[in-house]
Design a protein around this ligand. Sequence first.
Ligand code: SF4
Length: 680
Amino acid sequence: MELYCESLTSYRRLPTREVNVGDLLLGNFHPVRVQTMTTTDTMDTMGTVEQSIRCIEAGAELVRITAPSKTEAENLANIKAELRRRGYTTPLVADIHFTPNAAEIAARIVEKVRVNPGNYVDKKKFEFINYTDLDYTEEIDRIRDRFTPLVQICKQYGTAMRIGTNHGSLSDRIMSRYGDTAMGMVESAMEFLRIARGESYHNIVLSMKSSNPQVMVQAYRLLIQQMQQEFNECYPLHLGVTEAGDGEDGRVKSAAGIGTLLEDGIGDTIRVSLTEDPELEIPVCRDLVKRYTQREQHTAIPPVAVPLPYSPFNYSRRQSFEVGNIGGKQVPVVIADYSKLEAITPESLKGIGYAYSAATDKWNIGDAAADYIFTGNKIIDFALPGTLKVLVYPATWQQVLLEENGANEPDKYLPIYQDSGYAAATAKSASMNFVMVDCFNDELAVNDFTYLDLLANDPTVVLCLSSNNPHAMPALRRMFIELMNRRILNPVVLLCDSNWQTADEHLVHYASECGALLLDGFGDGICLGMTAAAGNRTEMHASGRTYADNQTKEHFVNNTAFTILQATRTRISKTEYISCPSCGRTLFDLQETTAKIRAVTNHLKGVKIAIMGCIVNGPGEMADADFGYVGSGVGKVTLYRGKEVVKRNVDSDIAVAELIVLLKESNAWVEQAGVVSCEM
Ligand code: SF4
């Protein structure tokens, strides 16, 4: 094993124990299984059966159903019987929080139970208690007493179990010793895993979920390392990002977290948690999983030597110097690829955040406005808005300079070279030169870094890394390692082209490839593109949902770039919503409420708002949200500032208005000015 996976450069699945969930096998190199969770009331037998069938027909290989109390746990028998009567044999999973007695009933009925070690025995009071070693051991003994009966029932009935740690629901004991950390999440699961192993029970899957993909990725890596060290083997892993939200945000956040791990061969089953109907999660799961069907056949990438020049367990941005507004401590830039557009007009810049008003002759610049456009050989024949700059091929750049035509604003044009072409070029910009480097596409050239040495630490050079290698993300990561080992500090832009067809496929591709690098601190900018074979805008309909009719490909790609930066927390350009996917505990229509809250708060750049369906799990799970809107009873909502209850049991009719009042009282509200203007 290489730190936390089989190889950082060669695609190989992580070996894990085989687990059976009914007749379904997972782990031990079986295909990555896809799953979801129902949102109906578990006591609504027919509603839950109908929704489970929709999920199964969409491709779910496991269906999870909440069992908040003994009554719902018992009703799982009716749901299972009706599904079997209708010919559906898909294994069912009971989701348990706080109620060991419900788990013990469910484990006799369904094929798998999920327990959350943060709240199976412990009650979370958000208290910091200073545990002595003796207190700590006594608590573990208490967990053993309460958890062992469930383990024995699972053994007796052949039921599988997921020990599912959530970042937001770590016990006070874990928090007091490990803090709110990825290592705390690992230890939380390990306490339960050790007890289960002590009973010789191994039909176990583990998960380490967080709404922050960075924490989630680090926790899974640490868990693998810990299992390997302690047991010399790994249990199968269920991957997911909790409370990812809906639409593009939810897909990108999920793909950044899940995709990062799948790229390294980690993961045996996945769930994409969206605040949408559960059957809509399945196509996204499939888009994630299908990327690896032929991956082993990729072009070889040279192996890495350990120790690595960075830590995959602690985020630290790669050191680089500044070239203009790129690199150093500056937020990553976004470069829009306009090279394939036939004509570039003021109207065509609207999709990347620059809206021109002919009436006022002014540009309105949005928060998600691209920093550069790449036009290939095209020269723009109108005055550019704001600080937008244009990247062109060297011959075109020289043409702009020679024309000395004020209308063309030559200062705003910068050349982009192909790797070795830069060293040979006779004309170079004195301020910024972009140099494209293909990473490990060709096995013959893998160890030839002469071209890198020729431009290393040139203070005008921004490197633009891309790869046609099917294992592209690890190819780029390998190049970052090479740069670090050679102490090359030039800033780097990630170039990522998609060859896929649907909008969701593109989102998953961009978020997996760029997200994985950004989460490890690699990248000072991104430029997303589509190959000629990729879907055009008329095909940009994802399974089950469509994008706004007036959204151009450029708008879609630009929005995706900013969403990836937001999901990886490297550049904040909008409000962040942490909304649970809802389940049988949910006390209001989450999709509708999320849409309502989004409509009135989506201009609050950088504010994190959690929208959670229930008071039982919501406050714990909303993790690091600034504000929380949590269902606390039928027609009642409790509002939080951080973890503090501010308004309890507000009538749901006025809860959104009260949330705005709370935002205002907390100085987190700004009026919707929306745009910055500049003259054309
Ligand atoms: S927070 Fe949402 S998904 Fe989680 S248990 Fe409560 S209602 Fe269900």
